[in-house]
Design a protein around this ligand. Structure first.
Ligand code: UFG
Length: 322
């Protein structure tokens, strides 16, 4: 099957491209390389292009006629979306609109969307199931919510079938050591911590110590990026069998506080450096914890790498060699 992957040179995109290629799919990566990296592409056809131009993406879709599109390309920093919402609404919405409208015009019917736990906002209860109310509390989450809403309407009106995958905290690196996480700047917990332990990041700050959690630091559900990639491959299969659109949480169903992650990282790496406590980041919620039961049942998804030790180990191996 031929598929087009936007943001295929990014963190989750590149890991998914690898799994798609392993399965023998024909992959076209479409990326503007604003944050994606050439080194993270392990095969397929690569097109440098920008979703801000509808002409560009439509031309590529017309030429290659993929059966399905996987849409990873997105701005992803919650805190930045707070200070610069215009950039988030512009990029995340316009790019999705250009892509979806081109697909509709060309009759391409299958779409996998990188959504986020950020669509839920402050959870009323955990673990969070897909029918939990959607009340995003930051612009990043709002953009994901709005694209999901567009998808519902496009499904009804144009027969566009989609699976929206709501990631919780993607973490870890390719167990083969080929791919890993390298955002610029790096703001995510585990890579920031590892860079700090390697002496490549001067300070490490725990953002908030007065959350209503047992140790006062925020709890997140960390899920291994290769398990996420695998879920995309399964979702694609399922979508093409014609069973209709779906929304699925992808998490590990186990939560760890920032302090617990630090402790495990120190144990796995055998290193420790002092850290500081700072204020909580705007838009951060105390607890995010998924119920992934629906994805497990619907896709037959089985996580292989999402225990915290493997997540940290694979990320550490990658940071040591790159
Ligand atoms: N944190 C620190 N210090 C740091 C970095 C992070 O204390 O240097 C804390 C954060 O405040 C948060 C936790 O570690 O409580 C995890 O932070 P990340 O930045 O790794 O991840 P987020 O939970 O903020 O965001 C991630 C994705 C978003 C997504 C969100 C919800 O990056 O795209 O999960 O799914 F929206």
């Amino acid at each position: 099957m031929r598929v087009l992957v936007t943001g295929g040179a990014g963190y989750i995109g590149s890991h998914t491209v690898k799994e798609l290629l392993k399965k023998g799919e024909e992959v076209i990566v479409f990326d503007n390389f604003s944050s994606g990296r050439k080194e993270l592409i392990c095969g397929g056809e690569v097109i440098r292009g920008d979703l801000q131009s509808k002409e560009e993406i439509k031309q590529v879709l017309k030429e290659y006629r993929p059966e399905a599109v996987l849409h990873f390309a997105s701005l992803i920093q919650v805190a930045e979306s707070y200070t610069d919402p215009a950039r988030y609404y512009y990029h995340n919405l316009l790019t999705s609109l250009n892509l979806l409208n081109s697909m509709v015009e060309l009759g391409i019917k299958f779409f996998i969307f990188s959504s986020s736990a950020a669509v839920y906002g402050l959870p009323h209860e955990t673990p969070i199931t897909e029918d939990h109310p959607l009340q995003p509390i930051n612009p990043y989450g709002a953009t994901k919510f709005m694209v999901e809403r567009m998808l519902q309407d496009y499904d009804r009106a144009y027969g566009l079938r989609y699976i929206s995958l709501r990631y919780f905290n993607a973490a870890g690196a390719d167990p083969d050591g080929q791919l890993g996480e390298c955002h610029q700047p790096e703001t995510h917990l585990i890579p920031s911590l590892l860079l700090h332990l390697l002496g490549k990041k001067e300070d490490f700050m725990i953002c908030g110590r007065d959350f209503p959690t047992p140790d006062g630091t925020a709890i997140r559900d960390y899920v291994h990026v290769t398990d996420l990639a695998d879920a995309h491959v399964l979702a694609l299969d399922r979508l093409l069998t014609g069973t209709g659109s779906q929304i699925l949480n992808l998490g590990s169903s186990r939560g760890y506080s920032v302090l617990e992650v630090i402790k495990e990282t120190e144990r796995v790496t055998g290193r420790a450096r002092p850290f500081k406590f700072g204020p909580k980041r705007e838009g951060d919620v105390p607890v995010l914890l998924a119920s992934s039961e629906k994805a497990e049942n619907y896709l037959g998804w089985k996580r292989k790498y999402s225990d915290l030790t493997t997540i940290i180990n694979t990320a550490w191996e990658w940071h040591l060699t790159h």
